[in-house]
Design a protein around this ligand. Structure first.
Ligand SMILES: NCc1[nH]cc(CCC(=O)O)c1CC(=O)O
Length: 310
């Protein structure tokens, strides 16, 4: 088989993920080459992602190269992938998931979100994290801090904020674990769908030989089932990463337990549902919880968010 051409963004985290995929391919005797691609989301650093529109800002240029056959596969953080891809594109593999929770990162030792006597300024650009902070930690002030992980940490060190709220997976991959001050509880900070897993995207023109080889080398079935449930939830909610929704599926014996919900931007409304189902019903479980969330106030929350953006 010819070499697999791997497309990726150029940030350190994206490259880590691409090298990880390359290692997994190499372990199966498959040669590959990494091609970095700059996206709009990498270039536009002064405008919030929520404002430029989340759909495709980190993926459009990469998808164009997939379409033209200049790369065979694209490597992404699963969390960054919209629940619906453009015509002809699909995710064919999900890597074994890293720990999926969020962490508080700072150079100041011993910081803690719960300590109301020391109200922190927390940097984040995630609407989910801002809304959850408003709900459960109302004494915390937030500021928008964007850019790749290294840029965010530099901005924090320059005084933009006391601490950052980040996914453990990225912090771990970049080797910043020593800066973790607090591991946040999943019951409050339920992660966004897909957090902690790496997804492989392909275009329909990829040969079935390459498709099968990549899936066999990268896909982790127990992770894939979890993400299918989470992404089905996201899909029915019709939301990308710019809405404050969350979804985490976990294995409880043979059953998948999905916890999923939605929080209003100001934190005043909080809808969460939890239910289990056998693995074959992973997607049905996601759709079902989304419908329940929409029916019990979710529709109104989403309409409110849309109105704010118009
Ligand atoms: N939206 C940015 C993003 N996309 C994926 C990760 C972390 C790695 C992962 O979740 O797999 C991050 C950074 C963060 O949320 O702290």
């Amino acid at each position: 088989m010819e070499k697999i051409r791997i497309g990726t963004r150029g940030s350190k985290l994206a490259l880590w993920q691409a090298y990880y995929v390359q290692d997994r391919l190499q372990a199966q005797g498959i040669d590959s080459e990494i091609i970095t691609i700059e996206t709009k989301g990498d270039k536009v650093l002064d405008v919030s992602i929520a404002k430029i529109g989340s759909k495709g800002v980190f993926t459009e240029e990469i998808e164009e190269q997939l379409r033209q056959g200049q790369i065979d596969i694209a490597v992404h953080s699963a969390k960054d992938m919209p629940s619906e891809l453009p015509q002809g594109f699909s995710l064919i593999a999900f890597s074994e998931r890293e720990k999926e929770h969020d962490v508080l990162v700072s150079t100041q030792k011993g910081l803690n979100l719960s300590d109301a006597s020391r109200p922190l300024v927390v940097g984040t650009s995630s609407t989910r994290r801002v809304a959850i902070l408003k709900r459960f930690y109302p004494h915390i002030r937030t500021v928008e801090v964007r850019g790749n992980l290294q840029t965010r940490i530099r901005k924090m060190e320059e005084g933009a904020c006391d601490a950052l709220l980040l996914a453990y997976a990225g912090v771990h991959r970049m080797g910043y674990e020593a800066m973790i001050q607090q591991h946040l509880p999943l019951a409050h900070f339920t992660p966004a769908a897909g957090q902690g897993s790496v997804a492989i995207e392909v275009y329909e023109n990829l040969s079935s030989e390459k498709r099968q080889a990549v899936r066999a080398a990268i896909n982790h079935p127990a992770t894939e089932q979890r993400l299918l449930a989470e992404r089905a939830y996201l899909h029915t909610l019709e939301g990308g990463c710019s809405i404050p929704s969350f979804a985490l599926a976990e294995w409880k014996g043979d059953l998948l337990q999905l916890r999923a919900g939605l929080v209003s931007l100001d934190g005043s409304q909080w809808i969460v549902k939890e239910e289990s189902a056998p693995a074959e019903q992973a997607e049905a479980l996601g759709h079902k919880l989304a419908q329940a969330v929409l029916a019990e106030g979710g529709k109104a929350i989403l309409a409110e968010i849309k109105k704010g953006k118009a």
